[in-house]
Unconditional design. Structure first.
Length: 320
């Protein structure tokens, strides 16, 4: 009886807030404060963490990245004074890896994407006057990335996040070493643990245009780890969805800052259960398992990075 009454009260309040167009503000503040409280609880256990997936927490991130980022910032002793960031691939910023950082610390930050009326769409999700958030509406490629960063970023970067579902590998290749203390990059778990591959460096790459299934994009985790080593970073793990990988600059010795973290074989970070594949008519067809997914894109061409070959090959020629 009490549960039914509470449900009715919540329903009435929600309807009232929506009528006044306050539901988004109300729930964002609610999520923020609940998340802040949970992060405070999580911090009590940070010294015992041996896998970053253990402290995932979604506040404004797409998955549980908010919790992992807080863990890394605390362990590196960057909070509260060093939380400046760059994030590429944010959409309207409602779900993003750095929104919680900005709303919590009002840091300096650059967010980059290419969408219509970007500033107008981002504005409802942040208080722009409270911090130095620079909104850059630009299409990123490997030729313009450094020019855009130079134009928009004049501060030391603590967190760098990259998620553009495409030529992420080629973007990273062009970045300077140690561009940030923490680096988050998307990878494609469909490529599995062994392949060292990326999609070709196509300026206007679109994952749906490249293959109707949406399964052939980005780079493999193995290729990402290799290029991040070149940039002076070490791998500390992935999120539970196994699509975002986390790295820390070698300026912060792993034994000193993350002695308890255990890195397992890459199979443990690529066996994702995500089923977002599409059929030829753009309908979700929920392909499951590595074999079915890789079979779907076996005729796609990728760059084979094994032993620095940089050969354009079909996936089926690499897995046969």
């Amino acid at each position: 009886m009490i549960d039914k009454l509470m449900f009715k009260i919540i329903k009435i309040i929600t309807k009232f807030l929506r009528k006044l167009n306050l539901d988004r503000i109300f729930f964002d503040k609610l999520f923020f404060n609940i998340g802040l409280n949970q992060i405070s609880e999580n911090r009590k256990n940070y010294k015992n963490i041996d896998n970053i997936q253990q402290i995932e927490l979604k506040i404004f991130s797409q998955n549980g990245e908010d919790g992992i980022i807080d863990y890394l910032l605390i362990k590196l002793k960057l909070i509260p004074h060093s939380t400046n960031f760059i994030e590429i691939g944010v959409g309207d910023y409602r779900e993003s890896n750095t929104r919680f950082i900005y709303n919590r610390f009002h840091s300096k930050g650059v967010i980059i994407d290419c969408i219509d009326d970007m500033k107008k769409k981002v504005k409802p999700h942040v208080n722009l006057w409270k911090g130095d958030l620079r909104i850059c509406n630009s299409f990123i490629n490997s030729n313009n990335i450094n020019e855009i960063l130079k134009k928009n970023c004049d501060f030391d970067v603590d967190v760098f996040s990259l998620d553009i579902d495409g030529i992420d590998y080629w973007i990273i290749q062009k970045l300077k070493k140690n561009i940030s203390k923490i680096f988050i990059a998307e990878f494609n778990p469909v490529f599995g643990p062994k392949l060292k591959v990326t999609v070709p460096n196509i300026d206007d790459f679109d994952r749906t245009n490249y293959h109707y299934s949406n399964l052939c994009y980005g780079m493999s985790l193995s290729a990402l780890i290799d290029v991040m080593k070149e940039k002076n970073y070490y791998f500390v793990g992935t999120n539970l969805q196994k699509m975002n990988a986390f790295f820390v600059s070698n300026d912060f010795n792993k034994k000193d800052f993350f002695e308890n973290l255990e890195i397992k074989s890459l199979e443990n970070y690529t066996n994702s259960n995500i089923r977002d594949s599409r059929d030829i008519n753009n309908n979700l067809n929920y392909l499951s398992g590595f074999e079915k997914k890789i079979k779907e894109i076996e005729n796609c061409e990728v760059i084979n990075l094994e032993k620095n070959k940089n050969d354009l090959v079909k996936i089926k020629d690499l897995i046969s």
